[in-house]
Design a protein around this ligand. Structure first.
Ligand code: LLP
Length: 421
């Protein structure tokens, strides 16, 4: 469910006419819906009623400060994977006690920052990281709360680029290695084991692989407890899919929550979840303006002013985003196929092939739907294009929550060496 729909032939976000946003702010621009973000956070929280649960929103999906503050006010914690994401979460008002730190490559500096802040948990992904974390913590006179991220060797389906839970993926520690690491934790001065962590991938629409991975993980928790480790938490990661096509029907949060309740309730344990896409994905769109139609012998290209530097998902994962015109097409307009492409000098700068659209003319605006997660966060300045702007809508008001940088700002970090001045 989201709050983007047509009213009298114009696409709105909540009560804001999106053409007005495009006029005021220019294109390309991401637009996020507060009501949708809130709704998703609440649906998940309600699905887990009765479960001792920390919903640690995965900042990587959309780390805009205004988005994070909106979710902080809904009571979300945060799952972060860098010092920068940690600082964003804190700046947005998410308390350190509700932040977990994941990722395979934490630096000593990032560990120190997180220890100084007193975060809830480190999800540790290798023996080597464990030793360094213990060392950093002990030097500070602290003890880091740790969950080992295990690799359950479960294939999650979905696109191979976003599957993380198979042996051979760089994530987590091999299943057989995990018990030894918990032994090692007992011998290290700066770490204590508090839980077990698992995350098998993203955009997972079928609960079966999740159930398999979570049952294995809970089995490991029982085994480790029997071996004398006092584990009070299990972190089950993120990964729930959203419908990118209208006809998709991925597992709903309620079914996901019931499955997790079923598996974990006998344990008397805190369940940590790291949802990203399911909260932010359908809460955002990217608006672009049509620049040209370019007929070729076998197709017509529709050239728009957004590029793969603004939304890389189609280029990187062959991802589908529905494309809606901001002005609804009349019944008399014919729909014809277009290859929708951006201005970037790369053949992969293509949003859609042979997509039926109602003959968009130069100056018309289009919306790439379901772009709220892994959209703006993955944007770059490739081809010296300014970073895409972001807008947050709340009811009948909207605000620019990241403005487009000026050319001078874009080059401000660069320096001419004296021999070239
Ligand atoms: N926790 C961990 C440890 C993760 O690696 C991820 C996502 C999440 C949680 C959040 O997963 P979600 O609930 O959003 O599925 N850029 C790709 C997706 C990459 C996902 C990376 N990890 C895309 O656009 O599809």
């Amino acid at each position: 469910m989201h709050h983007f729909s047509y009213h009298q032939g114009r696409l709105y976000c909540e009560q804001v006419d999106l053409s007005r946003v495009a006029d005021d702010v220019g294109t390309p621009v991401y637009v996020y819906s507060t009501a949708t973000l809130r709704r998703h956070a609440r649906v998940i929280a309600e699905a887990f009623t009765g479960v001792d649960c920390l919903i640690a929103y995965s900042v990587k999906a959309n780390g805009n400060l205004a988005v994070l503050r909106t979710l902080a006010r809904e009571g979300c914690g945060a799952d972060v994977v860098s010092g920068g994401e940690l600082l964003r979460a804190l700046r947005a008002g998410i308390p350190a006690s509700r932040i977990v730190f994941s990722g395979v490559g934490k630096s000593r500096m990032e560990m120190k920052l997180a220890l100084d802040q007193g975060i809830h948990q480190f999800n540790v992904e290798s023996a080597a990281e464990l030793v360094v974390l213990s060392d950093v913590a002990a030097t500070l006179g602290k003890v880091a709360p740790v969950a080992i991220r295990v690799n359950p060797d479960v294939a999650a389906g979905g696109h191979p680029n976003i599957s993380t839970g198979k042996a051979g993926d760089k994530f987590g520690v091999a299943w057989a290695e995990a018990p030894g690491l918990y032994q090692q934790i007992q011998a290290l001065p700066g770490v204590e084991a508090v839980g077990v962590d698992v995350h098998i991938g993203s955009q997972i629409g079928d609960l079966a692989p999740m159930r398999l991975a979570f049952e294995k993980t809970v089995g490991l928790v029982r085994q480790l407890r029997a071996e004398g480790h006092t584990l009070t938490r299990v972190d089950l990661g993120g990964g729930l899919a959203i419908p990118y096509h209208a006809e998709d029907s991925p597992a709903p949060p309620k079914a996901y929550a019931d499955m997790i309740r079923d598996i974990t309730e006998a344990l008397g344990i805190q369940v940590i979840l790291e949802p990203g896409r399911v909260i932010a994905g359908n809460a955002g769109i990217l608006i672009t303006e049509v620049l040209y139609q370019k007929p070729a012998p076998d197709r017509t290209f529709l050239i728009v002013d957004a590029g793969m530097n603004d939304l890389i998902r189609p280029a990187l994962y062959q991802a589908h985003h529905d494309i809606l015109p901001l002005r609804e097409a009349g019944a008399d307009v014919g729909w014809t196929p277009f290859d929708v492409v951006g201005p970037i000098c790369e053949s992969t700068d293509k949003f859609a092939s042979q997509r039926l659209l109602p003959n968009p003319e130069p100056g018309d605006r289009l919306a790439f739907m379901s772009s709220g997660a892994y959209g703006a966060v993955l944007a770059s300045q490739y081809n010296a294009r300014p970073l895409v702007a972001e807008v947050l809508v709340d009811g009948d008001r909207f605000a620019v929550v990241r403005r487009r940088p000026s050319f001078e700002e874009m080059i401000a970090l660069e320096h001419m060496p004296d021999w070239l001045s």
